[in-house]
Design a protein around this ligand. Sequence first.
Ligand code: SAM
Length: 287
Amino acid sequence: MSEQPLDGWFIERFDREGSAIGLKVQEKLHDETTPWQHLEVYSTETHGHLMVLDGCVMLTDRDNFLYHEMIAHPALFTHADPKRVVIIGGGDCGTLREVLRHPGVEQATQIDIDEAVTRAAERFFPQLTEANHDPRAELRFADGVKWVDDCPENSVDVLIIDSTDPVGPAEGLFQQDFLARCQRILRDGGVMVQQSESPLYHSGSIIRDLRTAMTQAGFDSVATLVFPQPTYPSGWWSVTLAGKGGAVDRFRETAARERSFATEYYSDAQHRAALTLPPFMARLLAG
Ligand code: SAM
């Protein structure tokens, strides 16, 4: 839930948790009601541009590298040889850019329900969309649930669900029948990764339920990775990996260490650290 700027602050409140985050804004640059959601862009004093969907912070210039690197690189370095990558959501194109840093990727398709998000990213976050003209990139605008339904089985190496919170258009992306369909479109050895909300607020609910649904959907292994994300609820975030026929708590450590591209947060050491769950989380995930 959000409030309109108050004395120059954008505030996103998390009523259930009795907490909020705030960013000091300079001006509202864009305000659009799309067929899917309310899209706003602000300039801020200290975090560059800010994108907001339905009152929830999606990204800022300053800290989006944490999320985008951690949703892309752990999954790609867990898969043995990812060539065909699909991103559901991710309309700001930051995840697509990270995926295309991997030279072995032959095709990366992004399917976001809302073209307006990509058009706003091109205008206000041009650095995130710089890989959109890579010949390996394909951008489609459609409902990810329907797209996955229509996708041939055994055709994808890495499937990334870079969605909004599990309400509104993204609700179906957290449900077990969707996850089962994701499992079927992956090739053997395939890896799925889904943004899975706050370790502090959601370990005993959304993250635990997602892990259970992934296992029930037929995945052979599941691992949750945690990392800082200062402008999301609690300032701490997670992604959950699921493997078809392979373990996702191991990764190609040498390849990660000797990667051919620069990163700001991801490294083989951060990957190992992110896989190490604190005791409170392990207890809540065990139910
Ligand atoms: N990093 C963000 C976060 O965790 O808050 C998510 C960023 S990305 C902008 C989320 C995208 O998911 C949005 O652009 C939204 O349009 C898209 N989305 C939501 N539901 C979808 C669906 N059913 N199919 C495809 N895209 C969807």
